[in-house]
Design a protein around this ligand. Structure first.
Ligand code: SF4
Length: 184
């Protein structure tokens, strides 16, 4: 059976470029699937908007994306002790870990031999942190970490253009309750 890459999808706009690039490898025999975690997102209405955008993107790109049932309490139970952390700090490292672990479990269930993440499309994400977490989670699940940084070579600008062309919802905060701007 052809090898399979599991793409962890943090949000639809950030997934546009990795899905487009990974689909090219799919032409050479490597299969592709996606996984949307989403339980870090607050409130529920925002989760639903983002999940709908991921589903739209999956249909437009012809990729199967597994959507985890929304379980915000589970995510909060792990993240709440780190509530006072600044964005980009220890809470985000935990959040990356929780999301990538869930994507790796689904990847292994589907027969994936590689894991990667759309998080590196965003200019706001620490790619060294992501790489550290991705390598560890992948090692623990016996699969390879594909650490491509999708924002490189104009990737972020392309993701903005692709999102606009596809009519995808674009959020204005990272996702969790702690990242909601005070002025909202
Ligand atoms: S700011 Fe973003 S990455 Fe950090 S904990 Fe919140 S949702 Fe996760």
């Amino acid at each position: 059976m052809a090898s399979l890459t599991m793409l962890h999808i943090c949000c639809a706009p950030d997934a546009t470029v990795p899905l487009a690039e990974l689909a090219q490898s799919a032409a050479s025999g490597r299969r592709l699937a996606g996984y949307f975690y989403g339980s870090n997102i607050h409130p529920r209405e925002e989760y639903l908007r983002r999940a709908e955008a991921v589903a739209l993107l999956a249909r437009r790109m012809g990729v199967t994306v597994a959507m985890r049932p929304y379980s915000p309490d589970e995510w909060l139970a792990r993240a709440a002790p780190l509530a006072d952390e600044h964005e980009g700090g220890k809470r985000c490292e935990l959040c990356f870990t929780v999301q990538l672990e869930a994507a790796a479990v689904e990847g292994v269930r589907c027969g994936a031999d590689a894991l990667c993440s759309s998080l590196s499309t965003s200019p706001h994400k620490d790619v060294k942190m992501l790489s550290r977490v991705g390598e560890q989670v992948s090692r623990e699940h016996g699969i390879a970490w594909d650490g491509r940084v999708w924002r490189k070579n104009g990737g972020f600008v392309r993701s903005v253009a692709l999102s606009r062309d596809l009519g995808l919802y674009r959020q204005n905060y990272c996702g969790c309750v702690y990242s909601i701007p005070k002025s909202r």
